[in-house]
Design a protein around this ligand. Sequence first.
Ligand SMILES: NC(=O)c1ccc[n+]([C@@H]2O[C@H](COP(=O)([O-])OP(=O)(O)OC[C@H]3O[C@@H](n4cnc5c(N)ncnc54)[C@H](O)[C@@H]3O)[C@@H](O)[C@H]2O)c1
Length: 270
Amino acid sequence: MERCLITGAAGGIGTRLRRLLRGVYPHLRLSDRVPPPDLAADEEFVAADLADAAAVERAVAGMQGIIHLGGLSTECPWEEILPANIIGTYNLFEAARRAGVERVVFASSNHVVGFYPRRRRISAEAIPRPDSRYGVSKAFGEALGAFYADKFGLGVLAIRIGNVADAPVDERRLSIWVKPEDLVQLLRIGLEHPDLHFEVVYGVSANARGWWDNETAFRLGYRPTGEAENLSAAALAAQAKLPPDPIGDRLQGGSFCSLEFTGDPERIKA
Ligand SMILES: NC(=O)c1ccc[n+]([C@@H]2O[C@H](COP(=O)([O-])OP(=O)(O)OC[C@H]3O[C@@H](n4cnc5c(N)ncnc54)[C@H](O)[C@@H]3O)[C@@H](O)[C@H]2O)c1
């Protein structure tokens, strides 16, 4: 794997990856709607709005692998999710197919399964229970990944990312935190594992309070080194200052579940 594109390169994870992947792939191309403010002279940047198929095609041209981070990363109105995350992710996979790209790593999200109760341990085979339009868009991206793998032979890894940060910031994040270096391990598995067709894994470190059975990731060679529990004091202190959330505190997606909620809490529990 020599020529890789990162979409969403100006965002939070992209900014970390530019540092963590430096020297790993000889030709790393960055794309986003806007250039990273600290773009270095030796970094290649191609501007592209994901909703613009021709622009995406230009960004993807000549690449062997893609880390697709671009798009809206939180709950938004449908009118905004549709172009960025639905049409944008379609444009990305379609450009990848046309350009003969070998691998796509898709940044999916824990919000695909946000309505599962926290006490339930789920694997990557859990059917989607999205907690937001954002989560629905990520489930769509996972489905596109399976489709492009089965129909057109692309190798695809969808990573249901928990929360990438230097440290977990509240109780929920003690379960879903992923150390940036652990995420890099997964991204590299997605780009480099010799035998990858389509898989879904959880982007989570080795957290004692974890909710997810990440067997698929371990089978592919993932050996996480982060453990949120070692950083729990600050997270629990921060949690103690938060108001209770009767819906979100019981569910994996947290506040994404309680946002706009008019459902029946009893039926979700079941
Ligand atoms: N940060 C996390 O902990 C986390 C957790 C789960 C999933 N994810 C996913 O990982 C990816 C990266 O997350 P992040 O935290 O860096 O998000 P971010 O919001 O910081 O970055 C996303 C980037 O995508 C770009 N973008 C948005 N719409 C676009 C469009 N229409 N065309 C081109 N570029 C567009 C933005 O300019 C931004 O730079 C996202 O897809 C997010 O959903 C992140």
